[in-house]
Design a protein around this ligand. Sequence first.
Ligand code: FES
Length: 151
Amino acid sequence: MNDLRELYREVILDHNRHPRNFGELQNPDKIIEGVNPLCGDRMTLYVKMENKKIQDISFKGTGCAISVASSSLMTEKAKGSSFEEIDALFEYVHEMLTGDPTTVASNLDTLDKLTALSGVREYPTRVKCATLAWHALKNAIVGSDDKISTE
Ligand code: FES
């Protein structure tokens, strides 16, 4: 168990120090602004999509280690995924962070590295840090508001 926690910690630290897909995308189809009102941290998500698939995705912004790592892991996983796959991922991540923890065990293959975020459920104030990027992604694919808040 401790080894697993250490592995999760390393994944989060790595994605915080070296966030993947960080920066602005040229000619995105969608730009979503996300804010965590608890701390005032913001992120912007840039998405290119075609045929109900994420072609390219990136993010920019400031936030805590959990927020940056979660955004980085999310973009890695979302790139190339269909909207249908993203809907399922969104549900799994949400369950993993706020709902039934057994979801993790039954969806290990799909969640893959995202399981590194599973420990966040023990810190309720940080759950919003971890979900911000996911709500922004969900808004991008359903084509709703360009601004989101985790409140
Ligand atoms: Fe601001 Fe986590 S404390 S995003």
